[in-house]
Write a protein that binds this ligand. Structure first.
Ligand code: AMP
Ligand code: ZN
Length: 467
């Protein structure tokens, strides 16, 4: 199995630190809003990589944090007049709901900054004691000049970085590239006690601390979106390697962006769609399939057309699978000699799938292998097939789908209320509310709930999702 390591800029053979085990850390979202479709990409991609490693027999310890202390969370909490934990807890719950919708396996652990303060303070103290950090007026900064390897992940050179630093430099810093490990509180902000001030940690330190606590000083894989290479991951390396005196992560994996009109989809550019908005129109499994249809390191453009074509592709897989289930349920008997030959022939799809995934997780080609087994099933399995043969091909197909987290079996779509019917009921409810007929409005909400749909009134209108 080969993977592309950002640290060495090349594809390398995967060799775990410990036989049969993988320690994997993935940077998670900052929880101040619903996740957007760009954020969904690392969720799906690194879950798929984890599933493939599990398929290969590795025991994967998968840690993904939630950043629940941050300026944006505090800002939103002030706007709503609530504690910042109210905001972060709300959006952690929503992010977990989205992850479940995307069929992402639960992480072994989802640590939160607010629950790791002791470890954070301890690591900052170690960095100070070892001469890698300094204190100025209650702030603590990392001294990038003290770490000769600074820049090794991003391939940046510290002198060039300094020359290019046009941002207003904090005058407390010794050098422009130094970054904050601890900052004193400002009026109205949440804070924690520390030896340096009442305050809160900078962003980068949390991941170094959580990776160490839950996975150890040296881990196999560290992953995230490519925007995190610099400065976030560079700073994590500087912190962890200086504090622990050991290499931090063996392999660094980064996903490319989801773009809109060739620009990164992001909150700050305002060109984003939350996943919740998307799944009002397209099911979660189509979103997952859309993300898997490209190579994880390539940029993908988000468009309605591509999403529709992903939907059609997934439908083809589901139809082939449905037919296999039908033939299996409606026939009898064991494989004939010809079927045995065909069964052996069908093993080539698994080989094709593994070859694609072994080559830096080429999910696009892995999906092609599934399309091909679907086509093979359509051609070779029919009313005349034995039960054993239909089952054999179905299981071969399911095995590959499972690795990609695709569920080919449509569950109870028969009686699921359609988006159009939902929209109609929501309009009816709005009219009832307008006419001050709240009993009717409540009855419609209850009716939707009974049909498996949850609605939520927001400033931007009514949001709905399947339960
Ligand atoms: P954030 O909450 O912005 O820190 O992002 C959480 C994760 O989503 C990180 O791994 C980011 O690198 C990743 N991410 C953010 N925007 C995009 C995007 N447009 N495309 C792909 N990944 C993204
Ligand atoms: Zn991180």
């Amino acid at each position: 199995m080969k993977l592309y390591n950002t640290l060495t800029n090349r594809k390398e053979e995967f060799m775990p630190l410990e036989e049969g085990k993988v320690k994997m850390y993935v940077c998670g979202p900052t929880v101040y809003d619903y996740i957007h479709i760009g954020n969904a990409r690392p969720y799906v991609i690194f879950d798929t990589i984890r599933r493939y490693m599990e398929y290969k027999g590795y025991d994967v310890n998968y840690v993904q944090n939630f950043t629940d202390v941050d300026d944006k969370i505090i800002k939103k909490a002030i706007e709503e007049g609530v504690e910042s934990t109210v905001i972060s807890e709300r959006f952690i719950k929503e992010a977990l709901k989205d992850a479940e919708g995307l069929n992402v396996e639960p992480a072994t652990k989802n640590p939160k900054v607010t629950e790791e303060m002791d470890g954070i303070i301890e690591m900052i103290q170690t960095l100070i004691d070892k001469g890698h950090a300094y204190v100025v007026d209650g702030s603590v900064f990392y001294d990038t000049k003290s770490f000769p390897d600074y820049g090794k992940l991003s391939g940046k050179n510290i002198e060039d970085l300094e020359a290019g630093a046009r941002i207003a430099v904090d005058e407390n810093k010794k050098n422009p590239m130094d970054f904050v490990l601890w900052k004193p509180k400002k009026e109205g902000e949440p804070y924690w006690e520390s030896p340096w001030s009442q305050g809160r940690p900078g962003w980068h330190i949390e991941c170094s601390v959580m990776a160490k606590k839950y996975l150890g000083d040296t881990i196999d894989i560290h992953a995230g979106g490519e925007d995190l290479i610099f400065p976030h991951h560079e700073n994590e390396i500087a912190q962890s390697e200086a504090a622990n005196g050991k290499p931090f992560a063996k392999y660094w994996l980064h996903n490319g962006f989801i773009n809109v009109d060739n620009k990164k989809m992001s909150k700050s550019l305002g060109n984003f769609f939350t996943l919740r908005e998307i799944v009002e129109h397209v099911p979660y499994d189509v979103v997952r399939f859309f993300i898997l249809s490209g190579h994880y390191r390539s940029p993908i453009n988000f468009s309605r057309e591509l999403m529709e074509s992903a939907g059609k592709g997934l439908e083809r897989i589901k139809n082939a699978y449905k037919n296999l289930v039908f033939f299996e349920n409606n026939s009898t008997g064991e494989m004939t000699d010809d079927e045995k030959k065909l069964s052996l022939e069908a093993d080539k799809f698994r080989e094709q799938f593994e070859k694609a995934m072994d080559d830096d997780f080429n999910t696009a080609d892995a999906v092609t292998a599934i399309f091909e087994i679907a086509r093979f099933a359509n051609v070779n399995v029919n009313e005349g097939s034995s039960k054993e043969f239909a089952k054999d091909i179905r299981e071969k197909m399911l095995l590959l789908c499972n690795v990609l987290g695709i569920v080919p079996e449509d569950k109870d779509t028969g009686d699921k209320i359609s988006p159009e019917e939902i929209e109609a009921l929501i309009s009816k409810r709005a009219e009832a509310k307008k006419a001050k007929d709240f009993a009717q409005a409540d009855a419609i909400r209850a009716e939707l709930l009974e049909k498996g749909v949850v609605i939520e009134d927001t400033r931007a209108g009514v949001r709905w999702s399947y339960k």
